[in-house]
Design a binder for this molecule. Structure first.
Ligand code: XLS
Ligand code: NI
Ligand code: NI
Length: 436
């Protein structure tokens, strides 16, 4: 197998290729359903997993070294940034996403850390221009530092709220400078372990106060992109406030934030919440809050966020079907919030993992388009609900009937035939299209 350095650019070779460092399904410029695959998919690199994480887990240290042998903090992060853009070029990735602490070394004080961030944002600004790359979204890591042990905006300590605000302010500035079209709030430690020590109402109100300030600051500075909440049910806290898409929507509505905030749906978070990925996507779509996607997959036998690269084509197909139904991405995209496994510990593995994920989504897109063109699923669903297009159903749909009128109508009914759901049959259609 080739070495990392030997791979200049991963190219599309088609499904019969046996070359490990080639795309079998992802052909960036191929036009499918009216636009190039790269515009349907808008793949992004996650800086934290790809450029920083070295494979550390609870039982042992990292298995990879991403320090590039440099000890000076700024010089090291510049080398990381150079590596990041070289990697994006090799993989034909157009976008990237990051937390403040991913791109810049933390200093001894907040002031020093923010200064480092400024230096690195300038550095990355030049790199993205040179390499013609775009920033998909930015976020603040307001959960790793010990300061955030009890949360950030939901911390019991007001000074922590202020520190979190300073970091978000700096990250919104970075998003604006880099032209990002998204700004993410994943809850981090916004949640709790026990009500014995928690004022839930104050914490939720504070979270809303925080998001409003961030929104107001961003809009005042001219940020026109989306703000996203990223739902996750648990981990690190037992009760994460942003449990799932429906919980997030309830929160956003209660506090009047739906005009500015959409959702960033992560596959692994969906399954942790006991939902399918497509359920969370559909919930976002029907609430006009579909924004962006953190593409990964979990392991259904493990109860935590394993952030694996997505390879399950059934799931990517059903995901892309939802994206097509939503009319595609606008400001969002597919960010690989995913890491190669701890034992896949070479630089070649980083390439192979992205190829696996990008091809799984490219194939999913191709299959989703085929499912739409085939039409049998859509037709089945519209026929299943056809009773709402005529007679009493049409009146219910139009809101022109009443409980009393329905009651009179119901009394005249004899036998009611509810049409079969035909799930097994529909699953054979999906298999037929997937494996044809
Ligand atoms: C953690 C989240 C995180 C966000 C960004 O589970 O997925 O990586 O995407 O803070
Ligand atoms: Ni995520
Ligand atoms: Ni996650």
């Amino acid at each position: 197998m080739k070495q990392y350095a030997d791979v200049k650019e991963v190219r599309y070779e088609g499904k019969d290729s046996k070359e490990p460092f080639a795309f079998k399904y992802y052909d960036p410029d191929e036009v499918i359903d009216g636009k190039p695959m790269k515009d349907h998919l808008k793949f992004a690199m996650s800086y934290w997993h790809t450029i920083d994480a070295e494979g550390r887990d609870m039982f042992g240290p990292g298995t990879m070294d991403k320090s590039f042998g440099i000890t000076d903090p700024i010089a090291r992060y510049k080398a990381k940034a150079d590596f990041a853009f070289e990697l994006m070029n090799k993989l034909q990735l157009d976008y990237y996403c990051f937390h403040d602490v991913d791109i810049a070394p933390e200093g001894k004080t907040l002031k020093e850390s923010l200064g480092n961030l400024d230096i690195m944002v300038d550095y990355i600004f030049d790199l993205q221009k040179k390499h013609n790359k775009k920033c998909l979204w930015v976020t603040a890591n307001n959960f790793s530092d010990a300061t955030f042990m009890a949360g950030a905006a939901t911390s019991c300590e007001a000074d922590v709220f202020a520190v979190a605000a300073a970091k978000v302010r700096a990250c919104i500035d970075a998003a604006i400078k880099l032209g990002a079209t998204g700004y993410v709030f994943w809850g981090g430690r916004e949640g709790y372990e026990t009500l014995l020590n928690t004022d839930m109402e104050l914490e939720l109100d504070n979270l809303a106060r925080f998001l409003k300030m961030a929104r107001d600051y961003g809009r005042a500075k001219g940020y026109a992109g989306d703000f996203y909440l990223e739902p996750k049910p648990k981990e690190p806290t037992k009760h994460q406030y942003d449990f799932d898409a429906a919980t997030c929507m309830n929160f956003l509505r209660k506090y009047g934030l739906t005009d500015d905030f959409k959702l960033n749906i992560e596959a692994n978070h969906a399954t942790l919440a006991g939902h399918t990925f497509e359920h969370e996507l559909r919930t976002a779509i029907v609430n006009d809050a579909f924004g962006s996607i953190d593409a990964n997959q979990g392991d259904l036998l493990l109860g935590w966020d394993t952030d694996q690269f997505p390879t399950n084509v059934y799931d990517t197909t059903l995901c892309m079907l939802e994206v097509l139904r939503a009319g595609g991405f606008t400001n969002g995209g597919l960010n690989f919030d995913a890491k190669a496994r701890r034992v896949s510990n070479t630089f070649e593995d980083i390439l192979l993992a992205y190829i696996a994920g990008m091809d799984a989504f490219a194939l999913g897109l191709r299959k989703a388009v085929e499912i739409v063109e085939d039409g049998r699923l859509d037709q089945f669903v519209s026929e299943r609900y056809a009773s709402y297009t005529r007679g009493i159903g049409a009146e219910i749909f139009a809101g022109t009937t009443t409980l009393e009128a329905l009651s009179e109508y119901a009394k005249t009914l004899d036998r009611i035939d509810v049409p079969s759901g035909r799930q097994e049959y529909l699953e054979t259609i999906v298999n037929n299209i997937l494996f044809a």
